[in-house]
Design a binder for this molecule. Sequence first.
Ligand code: SF4
Length: 388
Amino acid sequence: MMKSDPTPDAIFGHGFADIIDQYNWDDTISMVDNATIEEVDAVLAKARANKKAITPEEFAVLISPAASQRLEEMAALSKLFTCERFGKTISLYIPLYVGNACTNKCVYCGFNHDNPFERTILSMSQIEEECKAIRNMGPFENLLIVSGEYPSLCGVDYLENVLHTCRPYFHNLTIEVQPMRATDYEKLTHFGLNGVVCFQETYHREAYKKYHPQGMKSHFDWRLNGYDRMGEAGIHKIGMGALLGLEDWRGDVVMMARHLRYLQKKYWRSRYSVNFPRMRPSESGFQPKSIISDKELAQLTFAFRIFDHDVDISYSTRECAKYRDNMMKLGVTSMSAGSKTDPGGYTSASDSLEQFEVSDERSPREVEAAIRNQGYYPVWKDWDSIFD
Ligand code: SF4
């Protein structure tokens, strides 16, 4: 390192990365694997009696193999707590992919830097056309703006323009792009940014390096402390998630529960959402290390709701229509609909590579009808720019 180079601390900052190493990964897995049915019953009895959130360690008990014997009880509690906090509602959002250029080399992603295909970064006029096309599909107000991580092409200046372009069409703008400095997040709030989503992918520090060999994303601490920087910047809603299948999913979600509790205590003004994406086939041909079954994902969803009554639990179109319909009343509170995962996908000209295959291919109106059929209400708008 040259004398004038910034120190690692100056680059990666402080936050949960300073804390995570006090939790041992193998001990965490053992805690889950060795939980007994008596412990499961005790946690459920406590959650039912207190009607309060439980600890991450109690959450670990609820995702154990032993707890799979209590799935019906967990589903009932999850439904109860969700209804008490959110009513019979499902918020709808739609992703807008603005670019698929990426400087990172995530081994599981078709957008990775070494994959030779023609990259697309949408111009503002193309983005405006996409916005109009989305509005023609349904009265969406929650837009998730997604890009690969290419700061020199899709950096803060570009995102300022994107937000400015999308703002007249949508009330709630969230980004899922490269982690940024707190000052950059704060700057973007002045251009209409309401929320930021970032996937830690895995909380396993050593394995993380293997999956993210190059690019800024290879720096575990920079990514993990990104959530602190969002909190420092006063981001209204912070979205988090791990890519289930990279490592033992139970270890990742217990670490995520600990991370969420840490953030909630420190940045209590922000709201939080979680997402449990299961790995699907990608252009890179990467195969998941562990497979999470439908039953296990349901158990995880129930357990997370019992763990935290306020967190928004989101299911994307990675999951199939039947599964999403079945889970609507049991803990999930927001869903994407009508999604395209390639830049320009909402207008007819696009033939760009998709980041992942969409499984639920229903139109937004069909998803809306499915929500109503279950006696629930679709919520297109849950935020107004005058609150900013
Ligand atoms: S997962 Fe994201 S950061 Fe990694 S290669 Fe794909 S687009 Fe880039």
